[in-house]
Design a protein around this ligand. Structure first.
Ligand code: MTE
Length: 313
């Protein structure tokens, strides 16, 4: 539909012009999503051709205090199974992936479901650069200057109902454009508890190192959940659904023993395939101990107070 590589400018413009006129007032109003006309049970749809712009990205105090991983490593050593299962394949195979225009649909247990274009999403809150540790269950880690804003700013727009306990995310999928379609069950899906999704640390991410997200890193929009293993940081998101029940996740469906729903970084919980006690920072020699919640204890530990983290791995 909106990702067709064969889509011509003329195919899209009239519709977007039409929408622009029709919704001119709402569109010009403010930074907030123009969802005031949506009523329960209806989805408002606004689309246009987005060109992500990363002007005015504010530096923040979010910082790991550690040396950044070289950009070439962050953009050349990737997990994006839709584009291949070897680390160097996503950079090659995703090169032609068309990510504009792009919309995100938000639905489920919300008062105001909406399908919204990425350029509106990007204007919802000021963009910030945040330096986060990024740790994969496989035992490698990185330190990356991501760009985005707290996911909560987007989620609040649709007014989750009292029944919304979890947030489910879905990646775009088209087997014709994603060569490794057989590796896992796609579309790739992930989930967070509502409080995890609303935690200020959870980043709606549109860039890294001062540039829009490269395709292999999840263009044009992904989440980064820095206290969890990298698999929770789902890429190229097209759908966010609020729900009462715990969502299925791709890796948990693939192997429930190895990959739990929570997937919090925790050196005390063994994964029988991969070592969780320590990690290798890519680009460096030697290993360093892995920290509980990837070191973000102060920010997130209270969300798990009283929970048995061995059971809820
Ligand atoms: N999202 C999608 N859609 N497909 C994937 O295969 N891999 C996950 C996560 N998000 C993945 C995904 C895993 S296992 C990791 S470790 C991180 O993306 C890697 O992010 P990076 O390549 O930007 O370092």
């Amino acid at each position: 539909m909106f990702h067709s590589e064969g889509l011509k400018h003329s195919d899209v413009t009239p519709h977007s012009v039409y929408l622009t006129r029709r919704c001119a007032l709402a569109a010009l109003s403010a930074l907030a999503l123009p969802i005031s006309r949506a009523t329960a049970g209806q989805t408002t749809r606004f689309t246009s051709i987005a060109k992500p712009s990363l002007a005015n990205v504010a530096k923040t105090s979010y910082g790991a205090g550690e040396a950044l991983t070289p950009q070439s490593v962050v953009t050349g050593y990737n997990d994006f199974y839709e584009f291949g299962s070897a680390k160097d394949e996503p950079a090659q195979n995703a090169a032609k992936f068309v990510t504009s225009p792009w919309t995100i649909t938000m639905d489920g247990e919300v008062s105001r479901p909406v399908t919204v274009d990425l350029d509106r999403v990007m204007k919802l809150a000021p963009l910030e650069e945040r330096i986060y540790r990024h740790r994969c269950v496989e035992g490698w880690s990185m330190v990356v200057p991501w760009i985005g804003y707290s996911l909560s700013a987007l989620l609040k727009q649709v007014q989750p109902t009292a029944k919304a306990k979890f947030v489910a995310f879905q990646t775009y999928f088209d087997a014709k454009k994603m060569p490794d379609a057989a590796a896992l069950r796609f579309p790739y899906v992930e989930g967070l508890r509502l409080d995890e999704a609303m935690n200020p640390l959870t980043l709606l991410c549109v860039g890294l190192y001062g540039t829009p997200l490269p395709n292999q890193n999840g263009a044009p929009v992904r989440v980064i959940v820095p206290w969890k293993y990298g698999l929770k940081s789902i890429k190229s998101i097209v759908k966010i659904t609020f729900q009462e029940s715990m969502p299925a996740t791709t890796w948990n469906t693939f192997n429930p023993v190895e990959y739990g729903f929570y997937s919090n970084v925790n050196p005390a919980i063994e994964n029988y395939r991969w070592n969780q006690k320590d990690e290798r920072r890519l680009g460096e020699f030697g290993k360093r101990p892995t920290q509980l919640f990837n070191g973000y204890i102060k920010e997130v530990a209270s969300m798990y107070a009283g929970m048995d983290l061995k059971k809820n791995y």
